[in-house]
Design a protein around this ligand. Structure first.
Ligand code: GLU
Length: 290
């Protein structure tokens, strides 16, 4: 861990920021201030079909309005696909990734015919369709130009993890609401053979976030509790890629009147709209109870 703490806020520009994002950004920014650390903004726009430049411009405006300051230049993930590919190639050479040509519907059909467990995102665990394709079959499909994702071979990855750490579980330090550190143990196997490189873009959320947290020297990952389960897979990738381990703080989520997590389509909590209505940063802090 570097001497000076480094924190980040990492929004995806696929919609307007809402009060939940404001809470997350403020928690990260305030913790950076408190620790005498640096604060970075990272634009997570690998999903090039859903992310829009106008949302990025709006993110800058919203965060400046909240009183946040961040270092320039801002890292935009869509400009760094080569780095994610290099990390994926490394894992592939170590025999930890395999190509999966299956379509969504094939996976859904297979998962339906044999009831399968679901991953922490609620998606069916990969039913192993293309796990054991022979080398000639893979070559033939590649030759035909069939699109493919790269999935982690979880059993092998856990073997490698055990060889490196002596355990098939990952560990990390989580700061609770009172900043007390707790050592957490988690099982990455709950993700099954997760997609590490998507079919449509040469990266995935888990791979890009892992590579970038290391590349930017992030020492403290602050984000919402909805991403708590993602930490097991990201810690696994960190160990396999030989990357440093940050400290984590997964904060409370804001919910709507029905108790649902706020979404980007919930217009009444859009930061842009609240700004237009004449609210100021202090009122936003009051609204999010922070
Ligand atoms: N880009 C992710 C999101 O907007 C956050 C990633 C992270 O903080 O690890 O939900």
């Amino acid at each position: 861990m570097s001497a000076q703490p480094v924190l980040r806020f990492a929004p995806s520009p696929n919609g307007e920021l809402h009060l939940g994002h404001a809470l997350s950004a403020l928690i990260g920014f305030d913790m950076a201030q408190k620790l005498g650390g640096r604060f970075l903004l990272r634009i997570e726009d690998i999903d090039t079909t859903r992310c829009r430049d106008e949302h990025i411009t709006q993110i800058f405006e919203d965060l400046a309005w909240l009183g946040l300051k961040w270092e320039e230049p801002v890292l935009r993930q869509s400009e760094h696909f080569g780095t994610y590919q290099a990390a994926a190639n490394w894992l592939k050479r170590a025999g930890l990734l395999y190509p999966c040509f299956a379509t969504r519907s094939e996976i859904a059909e297979k998962a339906q015919s044999a009831p399968h467990a679901v991953d922490p995102d609620g998606a069916p665990l990969y039913p192993g369709l293309h796990k054991h394709l022979s080398a000639p079959e893979i070559a033939a499909r590649l030759g035909r130009g069939e699109p493919f994702a790269l999935r982690i071979h979880m059993d092998r990855a856990l073997n490698a993890l055990e060889g490196m750490t002596g355990s098939r579980l990952v560990t990390f330090t989580e700061l609770d609401e009172d900043d007390r550190p707790q050592r957490i143990e988690m099982d990455p196997a709950e993700w099954g053979d997760a997609v590490i490189v998507r079919k449509d873009v040469p990266a995935s959320y888990h791979l890009a976030v892992t590579v970038d947290d290391a590349r930017q020297g992030i020492t403290h990952v602050t984000r919402g509790r909805d991403l708590y389960p993602a930490t097991s897979l990201q810690r696994l990738l960190q160990v396999l890629l030989g990357l440093p381990e940050p400290v984590y703080h997964h904060h409370r989520l804001l919910t709507d009147a029905e108790g649902r997590k706020l979404s980007k389509s919930a217009r009444d909590t859009s930061l842009r709209d609240l700004h237009r209505q004449g609210l100021d940063a202090l009122q936003i802090r009051q609204k999010v109870g922070y």
